[in-house]
Ligand binder design. Sequence first.
Ligand code: G3H
Ligand code: ZN
Length: 283
Amino acid sequence: ALVSMTEMLNKAKEEQYAVGQFNINNLEWTQAILEACQEENSPVILGVSEGATSYMGGFKTVVNIVEGLLEDMEITIPVAIHLDHGSSIESCKEAIDAGYTSVMIDASHHPFEENVEVTKEVVDYAHANGVSVEAELGIVGGQEDGVEGEVKYADPEECKKLVEKTGIDALAPALGSVHGPYQGEPDLGFEEMLEIKETAGLPLVLHGGTGIPTEDIKKAIDRGTSKINVNTDFQQAWTKVVRELLKEDKEVYDPRKIIGPGKKGIIEAAKRKIEIFGSANKA
Ligand code: G3H
Ligand code: ZN
């Protein structure tokens, strides 16, 4: 069923596992992620960035694709459609009006007071519509919606204030994680994470879930992380299958026989993440 992420994440926080935000790019991606999560009986947050939303056709198209699949695939696990890195109040409202059940407002590049103001306005609108909200503090490294960011750690004191002043449902404190592949080993701020867990008291989100060693994932879950975002890992898994296939078969031209087989890569990768995150049989 289509739900917000509030209940999923509160349960995950209580029982010490993480729900995956698995990003989608098209119809096949959505099928693959839903299939993997249904088979593992795991809740899932379908992450859709603004770029992926317009690539797929727009907010309404995304909602219709997901709703159609939930019915046709007989999906019974809890599923949230989540706007990933929403860049403005308007964009969050548009997503909510179209039927997204969760949004992230990413005002972390603004001065703190402005981040609070913008986030609060999104929370008021979202909560009136039964939609959950994630906000961010600090800067995740690598490409964030086309903007190359250098890592900036979130300040635990600001985290506490942001949560109190806005009533958000989940917080993504940037603590050294990076979007896309890591250059070397990630250096995550686990001490700050623990401090934020204790002072802010709500489910924490870890962005840049691709390439973080299993051991660090477990540590993050121990320190209050209840949602982990993964995108690049699935893109790499899909591309690996399709690249191999096209190398071996020079005659194939039916798109279903090219795009389709890549789903297997995504399904396997998603199942591996679910296993590490501990969300199997938590639906
Ligand atoms: O918001 C999306 C994620 O943070 C994805 O990061 O592409 O490094 O897995 P990733
Ligand atoms: Zn992210």
